[in-house]
Design a protein around this ligand. Structure first.
Ligand code: ZN
Length: 194
C-alpha cells in the first residue's frame, strides 16, 4: 500500500526500551521492511549509543538515518559518521530541546526531526508548541543558508499538518492517523495535498 501511495518515505521508528520507555523492533525487522520498500527508508533511532549501529543501518539500505540530540554526547562526530557511511544525516529534537542547540551543526544536517509528542508511543496528542519550533528552525536554516529539510513526527493529522506546513515543515510523519483510517492511501494523499 505504501509503495503504491503518494508517500515519499518509509519512516521507521526503532525504540530500545532504554532511551525511550518502549521497545519497537530491531535490525532484522527493518531489514525485512527494506526488502519490500520501493521508497527511501527514513530510520528514526530512539536509542542510546546510536553510533554502534550506524554501519548496520547503512548496510541494509537506509537513506536517512536520524539520531536523537539527547542521545548523542558527541553529536558532530555522530553526524560525520552517518555521512561517511553513505547516508543522509538527521537529528531529532525532543519537545523540551530548543532548536538553537543545532546552530553549530545545522549546515551539516540533511534533516531535522521535530518531535511533536514525547517519543516512545504512537497515538499521542500533538504538542502545539511544535508549530512555533518549526518556524524557528526554518528561520535558523535560512539564516545559515543550510539545505536541511524539516520533518515533524507525532500527533500529525490534517489539522496539525496544515499548521506545520504553513510554519515551514517539509515532511510530515504520520502513523496512527494513516493506519487507523478507513483508507490509508487516501489519508496519505490528503496529507500530501496540505
Ligand atoms: Zn519517528
Amino acid at each position: 500500500m505504501i509503495n503504491q501511495s503518494d508517500a515519499d518515505f518509509f519512516h521507521v521508528d526503532v525504540m530500545d526500551g532504554n532511551f525511550v520507555p518502549n521497545i519497537s523492533f530491531g535490525i532484522p525487522t527493518v531489514q525485512a521492511v527494506a526488502k519490500h520498500a520501493q521508497k527511501p527508508l527514513d530510520v528514526h533511532l530512539m536509542i542510546n549509543n546510536p553510533d554502534q549501529y550506524i554501519q548496520a543501518f547503512a548496510d541494509l539500505g537506509t537513506t536517512y538515518l536520524t539520531v536523537h540530540y539527547e542521545a548523542c554526547t558527541h553529536l558532530h562526530r555522530t553526524i560525520q559518521a552517518i555521512k561517511a557511511a553513505g547516508m543522509k544525516a538527521g537529528v531529532a529534537l525532543n519537545p523540551h530541546t530548543p532548536v538553537h542547540l543545532l546552530e553549530e551543526v545545522i549546515q551539516d544536517l540533511d534533516m531535522v526531526l521535530i518531535m511533536s509528542v514525547n517519543p516512545g508511543f504512537g497515538g499521542q496528542k500533538f504538542i502545539t508548541a511544535a508549530v512555533e519550533k518549526v518556524a524557528k528552525l526554518k528561520q535558523l536554516i535560512n539564516t545559515k543558508g543550510a539545505n536541511t529539510i524539516i520533518n515533524v513526527d507525532g500527533g500529525v493529522n490534517t489539522d496539525t499538518g496544515k499548521q506545520l506546513v504553513d510554519a515551514g515543515a517539509d515532511v510530515l510523519v504520520a502513523g496512527s492517523f494513516v493506519f487507523k483510517s478507513e483508507s490509508p492511501a487516501a489519508t496519505i494523499s490528503a496529507l500530501k495535498s496540505l
